[in-house]
Ligand binder design. Structure first.
Ligand SMILES: C[S@@+](CC[C@H](N)C(=O)[O-])C[C@H]1O[C@@H](n2cnc3c(N)ncnc32)[C@H](O)[C@@H]1O
Length: 277
């Protein structure tokens, strides 16, 4: 029988992971259905045979590169536990900056909000959980991701979110939003990072956009003014080298008060613009 402590010393079996210790803890806690802190309270606990077989298998798959979130089926985002699968992006901590910015931009009073390309529902659900008075429409093109977002919505009990299938704005019924947010695909197809790490297991449709990663942002910005209330805001996440291009796209779309916001590393990762009053 192998103990918790002995299993946590198997980081050498994950040579390609830059978070081997954390991976071991998360996978072991998942198999044992305990919080990670439990592992330190019970280091001498001996795994049953079936627990050990399950953990060995997860470790083998992690060593082959599969994301931890796909192995456990969940990921924390904005303190919400979200189900994840291979249909869409695993929510990133970077995107919490978009949530933070959106919350700061708008009053807590009722707002009509649209999240385009909602994936797991991460942004929409985080906003709705913070602002019960907001009505959030979460749109997604992939039917599998849409079903995932709806499962997350139901398990979090957020009645102020509605999930809808739509190719960007194409199936959104005509209406005005105070805020439109999106973390769209923005990676250039030739980006070498697409061949490395977790992104190898995420769908290209969630990551890659034509025209050096800007094609989807162009579509969103061009159509957004027709769906924004006067003075309403469009806020998108983008790559750290794309801010100037995104500002130009927003200006071409007729948006005003355009500015980019930096992440905590000083990189411009968000751009916002307003519709004219
Ligand atoms: C980068 S992921 C972001 C997912 C989620 N919003 C997040 O931040 O974790 C982009 C999402 O946009 C969706 N998407 C791609 N093209 C789309 C389109 N034409 N219309 C609507 N959604 C689209 C993808 O399926 C994917 O779920």
């Amino acid at each position: 029988m192998i103990t918790v402590q002995q299993n946590l010393r198997r980081g050498g079996e994950l040579p390609d992971s830059d978070s081997a210790r954390l991976d071991l803890e998360v996978l072991l806690a998942h198999v044992l259905e305990r919080p990670r802190t439990w592992l330190y309270t019970w280091p001498e606990y001996e795994l049953s045979q079936s627990e050990q077989v399950q953990f060995d298998e997860l470790l083998r798959r992690r060593a082959a590169g599969e994301p931890v979130a796909h192995l456990t089926g969940e990921r924390e985002f904005w303190s919400l536990s979200l189900q994840v699968d291979a249909s869409t992006l695993i929510p990133r901590p970077d995107t919490e900056l978009l949530v933070e910015t959106a919350l700061a931009l708008c009053p807590v009073t009722p707002q009509r909000v649209l999240d385009l390309g909602t994936g797991t529902g991460a942004i929409a659900l985080a906003l709705a959980s913070e602002r019960p008075a907001w009505q959030v429409l979460a749109a997604e093109k992939s039917p599998d991701a849409l079903a995932l977002a709806e499962r997350n919505r139901v398990s979090l009990g957020l009645d102020n979110v509605r999930v809808i299938e739509s190719d960007w704005f194409a199936q959104i019924p005509p209406q005005s939003f105070d805020l439109i947010v999106s973390n769209p695909p923005y990676i250039d197809a030739a980006d070498p990072h697409l061949g490395q790490g977790d992104v190898r297991f995420e769908p290209r449709s969630a990551l890659v956009a034509d025209r050096e990663g800007l094609a989807d942002i162009e579509v969103i910005a061009a159509t957004a003014p027709a769906f924004l209330a006067p003075g309403g805001c469009l806020l998108v996440e983008h790559g750290w080298q794309q801010a100037a291009a995104v500002r130009a796209i927003f200006a071409d779309a007729g948006l005003v008060s355009i500015e980019s916001r930096r992440d905590y590393g000083g990189r411009e990762r968000l751009t916002l613009g307003r519709s004219q009053c």
